[in-house]
Design a protein around this ligand. Structure first.
Ligand code: SF4
Ligand code: SF4
Length: 112
């Protein structure tokens, strides 16, 4: 499973979120093959009837089925275009506190 920082992926379009993990969907990559719908073991996805810029009928999450997603990635592995995929969103790493420079520390000592 891919891991990216939250800041990097926060503006990408998502179909659903569970904890730190989200199912992302790049609508215009979709070719409307329905493979993601067929392979989903919990019946989360369905055909939306909406066409993208490729005139493909894109999938969507069925109403009330968000919680049924088990983040198994089968839809991701089935998709020929990497249009649908799960990302584990990591918090931004904390920057280590920079120790005061030796020179600065010496100046501070001298000024006291
Ligand atoms: S991650 Fe698994 S359960 Fe969730 S939508 Fe994709 S195939 Fe279905
Ligand atoms: S498998 Fe990929 S290309 Fe096919 S319908 Fe699903 S998202 Fe679209």
């Amino acid at each position: 499973m891919r891991r990216y920082s939250h800041d990097l992926v926060k503006n990408l379009p998502k179909l659903l979120t569970k904890g730190k993990r989200s199912l992302f969907f790049q609508k215009n990559r979709c070719q409307g093959c329905n493979l993601c719908i067929v392979v989903c073991p919990t019946g989360v996805l369905e055909s939306s009837g909406d066409l993208n810029m490729r005139a493909a009928n894109v999938p969507r999450v069925k109403a009330g089925k968000e919680k049924s997603c088990i983040l198994c990635q089968r839809c991701e592995f089935a998709c020929p275009n990497w249009a649908i995929y799960i990302i584990d969103e990591q918090p931004e790493p904390q920057k280590p506190a920079t120790p005061a420079s030796k020179e600065g520390a010496q100046k501070a000592v001298q000024s006291t």
